[in-house]
Write a protein that binds this ligand. Structure first.
Ligand SMILES: Cc1cc2nc3c(=O)[nH]c(=O)nc-3n(C[C@H](O)[C@H](O)[C@H](O)COP(=O)(O)OP(=O)(O)OC[C@H]3O[C@@H](n4cnc5c(N)ncnc54)[C@H](O)[C@@H]3O)c2cc1C
Length: 317
């Protein structure tokens, strides 16, 4: 079985999702082929050289795909899928992955599944586990190959995939008919924040009540050497910038520690953090849904527990 993996990259660095997808593909014995789009051949080659452990890479170099352009990349990807006929196309369940996976499935007349959390190979079919209703239910689906899947971050353990640098084959695709043109790239002010790769996150919810309460949380964040994050109401209220939102319409995270206070655990929030290794929830309502997901929970007032916890940590406890 051969899996074609859409390689996402930012500022010349391959996204960690590429390796997660490769690990998942290898776990079912698939041959891993990366698909890289970049502005010129040099950039494609530099990205391909980061894909140690992949068996091969197919590259498309064109000014139309220098920056993310769904129209141009979809044309390139469809072309490669038509000519190289992979059994499985894998994307991350990211903004780009979701953009492309379903459109590719329509163009290539393949079955497509999103929100994938696990895959198993059974005969010539895949047995796929995926979330439905925002993660309230899990579905088990038998999918006939060829297919397209969009995989949730955290479905496979991150890290390198062992192996040598892959061979690179450049593919010529005519992208002159691209209807979308990127005229300017405006990067969000992320101030160096990368929640997706953070080891420890402290997330606050609506119960925070106001921006003036943030210093209390920031003290804890500093003593834990963690990143601060918020649920959507916290971002909507402007208490934290958008780049710190976790969830369906924010960042998907998978830290070793996710400590959350005053967050109810709505499905849209869980979607972004349920792959965390250790989830500790603080909520004053013992019926809060988050307690069904958390590994440890404290039913109490966050304004009492957080400062006490900080004090303990600051005193080396
Ligand atoms: C399309 C769509 C996309 C969405 N995307 C996201 C997303 O990306 N991220 C996201 O987070 N949400 C998202 N949402 C919103 C989501 O549905 C919830 O409304 C949101 O997650 C609720 O945030 P919250 O838990 O902070 O607030 P609430 O649901 O209001 O929960 C506050 C919690 O704090 C507890 N509490 C109150 N006082 C205290 C106290 N003193 N100490 C301890 N606990 C206390 C309460 O018991 C309650 O459980 C989305 C919704 C939609 C429809």
């Amino acid at each position: 079985m051969r899996a074609l993996i859409l390689i996402e990259h930012v500022n010349g660095t391959v996204s960690e999702s590429a390796f997660e997808l490769a690990r998942l593909a290898k776990s079912i014995g698939a041959e891993c082929q990366g698909f890289v789009c970049a502005g010129d051949a040099e950039a494609v080659s530099a990205l391909a050289s980061q894909l140690n452990g992949f068996d091969s890479v197919l590259g498309v170099a064109d000014a139309a795909v220098e920056h993310y352009n769904p129209d141009a990349i979809l044309t390139a990807l469809s072309n490669v899928v038509e000519t190289h006929v992979p059994d499985l196309v894998m994307t991350s369940y990211s903004t780009a992955g979701v953009d492309l996976a379903s459109a590719l499935a329509v163009r290539s007349d393949r079955q497509m599944l999103g929100y994938v959390t696990a895959i198993e190979s059974v005969d010539n079919k895949l047995s796929i586990t995926s979330q439905v209703y925002g993660g309230k239910l899990m579905a088990q689906t038998s999918v006939q190959l060829p297919a397209v899947i969009a995989v949730m971050p955290g479905a496979a353990k991150a890290g390198e995939v062992s192996g040598a640098a892959p061979s690179l084959t450049m593919i010529d695709v005519d992208l002159s008919g691209t209807r979308i043109r990127v005229s300017e790239l405006i990067l969000p002010d992320s101030s160096g924040v990368n929640l997706a790769d953070a080891d420890k996150i402290v997330c606050v919810g609506r119960a925070l009540g106001g921006v003036e309460k943030l210093p209390m949380v920031e003290r804890l964040v500093m003593s834990l050497k963690a990143e601060i994050a918020g649920s959507r109401p916290v971002i909507d209220a402007g208490w934290l910038p958008k780049v710190r939102q976790v969830g369906k319409s924010g960042t998907k995270v998978k830290p070793k520690l996710y400590l959350m206070a005053g967050v109810s655990g709505a499905p849209e929030h869980l979607e972004g953090m349920e792959s965390s290794e250790l989830i500790i929830a603080i909520n004053s309502d013992e019926q809060a849904p988050i307690f069904r997901k958390a590994h440890y929970g404290a039913v109490c007032d966050m304004f009492q527990l957080l400062p006490a916890l900080t004090e303990r940590l600051e005193n080396g406890g």
